[in-house]
Write a protein of this length. Structure first.
Length: 155
C-alpha cells in the first residue's frame, strides 16, 4: 500500500514541479484582482478595517485607489515581464497590511497576542500571500529572463 501511494504521489509531485509556481502566481493574481475589484466598487468587507487604520485619508477616495493598486498587482502577476516590479509592489502592500495589528490591537485580537479575532486571522493569512510572492520571485529571477531572452519592465 505504501509503495502504491508513494508511486502515485511522486508522479503527481513531478507534474506539480513543472506547473505549481504558475498555479500559485495565477492564484495570487485572482486574489489580488478580486479583492481590488471589491474595493473599487465599494463592496469590500475589509473597507471598515482600512478606514479605521488609515483614518487620515478620506475612505471614499483612499479605498478605491487601494483597490486599483491591488487590481494592478493582480494583473501584473499575470504578465511575466512585469513580475519583478509587481512582486516588489505586492511585498510593500503586504507590509502595510500588518499595520492594524499595531494600530487596532483590540480589533485584531480577542486576547493579545495569542488569540486573534476574525480580523486578526484575516491579516495573519497574509503571511501565506507573502510566502507565495517569494516563491514566484524565486522562479522568475534573472536566470529565467536571461534564458528566455526576455526583458522585464525594469530595464
Amino acid at each position: 500500500m505504501k509503495c502504491i501511494f508513494n508511486t502515485y504521489y511522486f508522479l503527481f509531485s513531478k507534474k506539480m514541479e513543472k506547473h505549481s509556481v504558475n498555479f500559485l502566481r495565477i492564484a495570487l493574481a485572482i486574489v489580488y484582482s478580486w479583492f481590488g475589484i471589491l474595493k473599487i466598487f465599494g463592496l469590500s468587507p475589509a473597507a471598515e478595517l482600512v478606514e479605521k487604520t488609515v483614518y487620515w485619508f478620506k475612505p471614499e477616495i483612499f479605498i478605491p485607489i487601494l483597490g486599483l493598486c491591488e487590481l494592478i498587482i493582480g494583473l501584473g502577476l499575470l504578465i511575466k515581464r512585469y513580475i519583478p516590479m509587481t512582486v516588489v509592489l505586492l511585498l510593500l502592500h503586504m507590509a502595510v497590511t500588518f499595520f492594524p495589528i499595531f494600530i487596532l490591537q483590540k480589533v485584531c485580537f480577542d486576547i493579545f497576542p495569542y488569540s486573534p479575532s476574525l480580523v486578526g486571522q484575516y491579516i495573519i493569512k497574509n503571511l501565506v500571500l507573502i510566502s507565495g510572492a517569494l516563491v514566484v520571485a524565486a522562479k522568475y529571477n534573472e536566470k529565467y529572463y536571461s534564458d528566455r531572452k526576455l526583458k522585464t519592465a525594469i530595464v
